[in-house]
Design a protein around this ligand. Structure first.
Ligand code: UD1
Ligand code: MG
Length: 447
């Protein structure tokens, strides 16, 4: 699935990404374009796709004062935000990025921040007709149900206009070829077309699709680029958000499997946009990957494990029912078993934490063994402290290691200990109440 974007020779590409909508139907405090899909904001999917399609500059039109949106944009090289004060329509929104248009580009692609499934290949196909002399290219699909979409009007095989549903007559409403909304415009002509778009229509909005009729009137060619309806789907509510998530997950699972990982029940595994799985990795059912997970070759992730910002070297075993939190680093052959949580901790080669443990802010040396129920007590209510366990150490079951504390190389900790002082290498620490036997203590009970 490595995309081969069409860079259309040496032509420069500016992407104008419209992202000013609040998305009221999401019923959310979060702006619509920041809702995550596969562990990253919807808007980031769009910005990554247009960048991969060859856009050197990304002009993102945003609601003024949205620092959260601006932060996402700042993560992309060549991206800049342009505030749109009032939302007066899609053409008005593109003109909010006037400075970017004036700086000049051979091709301009207009993308929507709430249409996250458009692939880099599709953006590349959309701009391609411009290199052949078209003034405008529109992305269009055959709709199962065209209601609500702008209709692409064609006469004698040529596009003449796009008509919004609100403005369409009976015959126009029967047209099933619909505007996906995204458009490519010749950089030379874009500003001239956009500035002439008026708002004399049913919605009183400045419609970007009106660029089509204007270009045709000027004698320019307008191209229609087909796209599958599913790919063109926008997200307006959380039901559509879940549909988009499912589509992205399907793509990520397929990519993981074709890359050499076995997903036994792929539809139960949830990946992040950046999940990296090595060869001969086996992922059992119901494993969830948050962002930032890298899994080396020959690792097995047993059922019902949850991983986030964790790095696994080779031949590591995790789960079932394990939780790897940010900063978990598992070296070659390490084993993390059931009901074990690891956070900000390195588990060195061959070390084992097999049952019912919490290992946080710690280092577990190579080949060390933490018995069932070992807990690193890393938090004193104010600060976090480190636990260092030397190579080959053995910690008996149900021990609490009160950080900061060091267990020396090859040292032993007796089961049930509460370890508050450092344990020298090779020694045995026992920190628990002595067993007391009271013989014949149990009295016979009367019946
Ligand atoms: C648009 C198209 C329609 C097409 C449909 C496909 C227009 C006029 N119509 O309609 O032909 O079939 O998409 O889904 O373009 N936005 C701004 N500022 C604005 C207005 C919109 O940033 O002032 C952004 C929105 O956040 C959204 C995108 O532009 O990301 C599209 O706007 P929206 O209002 O959803 O247009 P539609 O009515 O869906
Ligand atoms: Mg829309």
């Amino acid at each position: 699935m490595t995309p081969t974007p069409n860079h259309a020779g040496a032509r420069s590409l500016l992407a104008v990404v419209l992202a000013a909508g609040k998305g009221t139907r999401m019923r959310s405090e979060l702006p619509k374009v920041l809702h995550p899909i596969a562990g990253r904001p919807m808007l980031a999917h769009v910005l990554a796709a247009v960048a991969e399609a060859g856009a050197e500059r990304l002009a993102v039109v945003v609601e003024p004062g949205r620092d959260d949106v601006a932060r996402v944009v700042a993560g992309f090289p060549g991206a800049e935000t342009f505030p749109q004060g009032e939302r007066l329509g899609t053409a008005h929104a593109v003109l909010a990025a006037r400075a970017a248009l004036e700086a000049g580009a051979d091709d301009v692609v207009v993308a929507f921040g709430d249409t996250p499934l458009i692939s880099p290949e599709t953006y590349a196909r959309l701009r391609a007709p411009l290199a052949g002399g078209a003034a405008v290219a529109v992305l269009a699909f055959e709709a199962g149900n065209p209601a609500g979409y702008g209709r692409v009007l064609v006469e004698d095989g040529r596009v003449t206009a796009i008509r919004e549903e609100k403005d369409a007559n009976e015959a126009e409403r029967r047209v099933t070829l619909c505007n996906a909304g995204l458009m490519a415009l010749s950089g030379r002509l874009a500003l001239g077309l956009l500035e002439r778009i008026g708002n004399a229509n049913a919605a009183g909005e400045y419609y970007l699709p009106d660029a089509v009729a204007l270009a045709v009137a000027d004698g320019h060619r307008v191209a229609v680029v087909p796209v599958a309806e599913a790919e063109a789907q926008g997200v307006n509510d959380r039901v559509q958000l879940s549909t988009a998530e499912a589509a992205v997950q399907a793509t990520l699972r397929r990519r993981a499997m074709l890359g050499g990982a076995t997903l036994i029940a792929p539809e139960t595994v949830f990946l992040s946009h950046d999940t990296v799985l090595g060869r001969d990795v086996v992922v059992e059912p119901h494993v969830v990957f948050g962002p930032g997970v890298v899994v080396g070759d020959r690792c097995t992730l047993h059922a019902f494990s949850h991983l986030e910002q964790a790095r696994l070297a080779e031949g590591v075993q995790v789960g079932p029912y394990a939780r790897l939190r940010p900063g978990a680093v598992l070296e070659d052959g390490a084993r993390i078993g059931n009901f074990v949580e690891v956070k900000n901790a390195a588990i060195r080669a061959g070390a084992k934490v097999n049952h019912l443990s919490y290992v946080g802010d710690a280092e577990v040396g190579a080949g060390a063994n933490l018995g069932a129920g070992t807990i690193t007590c890393n938090y004193d209510g104010v600060n976090k402290h480190r636990t260092v366990i030397g190579a080959g150490a053995f910690v008996g079951s149900n021990s609490a290691l009160v950080a900061p504390v060091t267990i020396g190389e090859g040292a032993f900790v007796g089961s049930g200990s509460v370890v508050t002082d450092d344990v020298p290498p090779g020694s045995l620490a026992i920190g628990r109440g002595r067993q007391v036997i009271k013989t014949e203590w149990a009295k016979p009970t009367k019946r």
